[in-house]
Design a protein around this ligand. Structure first.
Ligand code: PMP
Length: 390
């Protein structure tokens, strides 16, 4: 039989699915895949359930239900002072995953270059390559993950069409500073390039506040801002995302979306519209609660000898295991899931090549009791490891 698509065949199953399957097989506590282990807000679930029963279950409009597009526009104004036309500047998608693919498809022709920042979320590279575009990788270094400005500037050239920016960032928990965003904005203007801004963790910033690149001077027309109801309302299974972009960009994103999924479940869209209209207090409590979980897991891991890196946003904390093990991150994660009963993700999964070898990502978007149980399991397994169990 003739070979299938080379890129997709080579890319394999995502590490998140692999680790979740291993976690299930070994009865491990899953701190690998980033999903909360609680239900989202009951009123949002109720709104979606009611919407299922009162009809309107046929195809939603291509760019999303009017009430959700209006809620996305209102949230942009409330949270960031961005004036957004719900008719022409919002596209609702099936999750941020589809939104990112649709944005990249809208921007890129084969041969165009895209600047990507490593470590990176695992869909970015395969999608860029699937579109025939050329990734230019710029690497952040632990423990500070500062933006290497000279390298970033050097990655831009005459063929650069876009940059893909993820802030707050998975897996590092980095929140790009206004200064770093300003530097990037300068490069985008200089090179007449666009930015796909993956801001799914916009409401999970623990110190200071989230600043969309789109809100910087001159960036309104260059940015495609992506949000996700999954992260904002702890409903990751719903897969409702939304793109905010100026009319000429949004129009082509809609064209891409038309060919990817065309429309997303209308009742979930109505639930999300209800959620986006929540009081500020909801969003503040979401971040405050997650910050407590971050502190709980970070402190607990540090007490066990992990070298825990600071995290300012997202669901994740990264820890260096070099002080605990001679094995690499993949070996250590395998040991953790099989022997300690705790699943995490080796950071090498977030690199194209030559990754750092002793960093591990833990998700803290779990109940307090679950994090405590995971720490207790590690506490009892680690000494056995020292005695040669590994
Ligand atoms: N971008 C990043 C950085 C993510 O971490 C995730 C989810 N893990 C997504 C996009 C995908 O979001 P969604 O579930 O809405 O497709």
């Amino acid at each position: 039989m003739r070979p299938l698509n080379t890129g997709l065949q080579r890319s394999g199953t995502t590490i998140f699915t692999v680790m979740s399957a291993l976690a299930a097989r070994h009865g491990a506590i899953n701190l690998g895949q980033g999903f909360p282990d609680t239900e989202g807000p009951a009123d949002i679930v109720q709104a979606a359930a009611a919407a299922l029963l009162d009809g309107r279950n046929q195809y939603a409009p291509l760019t999303g239900l009017e009430e959700l597009r209006e809620a996305v526009a209102a949230a942009n104004a409330r949270d960031y002072g961005l004036a957004v036309d719900p008719e022409r500047e919002v596209v609702v998608t099936s999750g941020a995953t589809e939104a990112i693919t649709a944005c990249l498809a809208a921007l890129l022709d084969p041969g165009d270059e895209v600047v990507l920042i490593e470590p990176l979320f695992d869909t970015y590279l395969p999608v860029v390559r699937m579109l025939g575009a050329v990734p230019r990788l710029v690497r952040l270094e632990p423990p500070g993950w500062a933006l290497p400005r000279a390298e970033l500037a050097a990655a831009f050239g005459p063929r650069t069409k876009a940059v893909l920016l993820n802030s707050p960032m998975n897996p590092t928990g980095k929140v790009f500073t206004p200064d770093e965003l300003g530097f990037l904005a300068g490069l985008l203007a200089e090179h007449d390039a666009y930015a796909v801004c993956d801001e799914v963790y916009e409401h999970l910033v623990f110190e200071g506040r989230h600043v969309p690149l789109m809100s910087l001077p001159g960036m309104r027309e260059r940015c495609l801002r992506v949000g996700s109801a999954g992260k904002t309302f702890s409903l990751t299974g719903w897969k409702i995302g939304y793109v905010t972009a100026s009319p000429p960009l949004a129009e082509v994103v809609a064209r891409a979306h038309q060919n990817l999924t065309f429309a997303s479940a209308p009742n979930l869209q109505r639930g999300v519209a209800h959620g986006l209209r929540k009081e500020r207090g909801y969003f503040a409590a979401l971040a405050a609660g997650m910050a407590e979980r971050r502190d709980q897991l970070s402190t607990g891991l540090a007490a066990l000898g992990f070298d825990v890196l600071p995290t300012a946003g997202s669901y994740f904390v990264v820890a260096d295991v070099a002080g605990l093990s001679d094995e690499d991150d993949v070996g250590f994660c395998r040991w953790m899931v099989e022997r300690a009963g705790v699943a995490a993700i080796p950071l090498s999964a977030f690199y194209d090549r030559a990754p750092p070898r002793s960093l591990v990502r833990f998700a803290f978007c779990k109940r307090e009791t679950v994090l405590d149980a995971a720490l207790a399991r590690l506490r009892s397994a680690l000494p056995e490891r020292d005695r040669g169990w590994g």
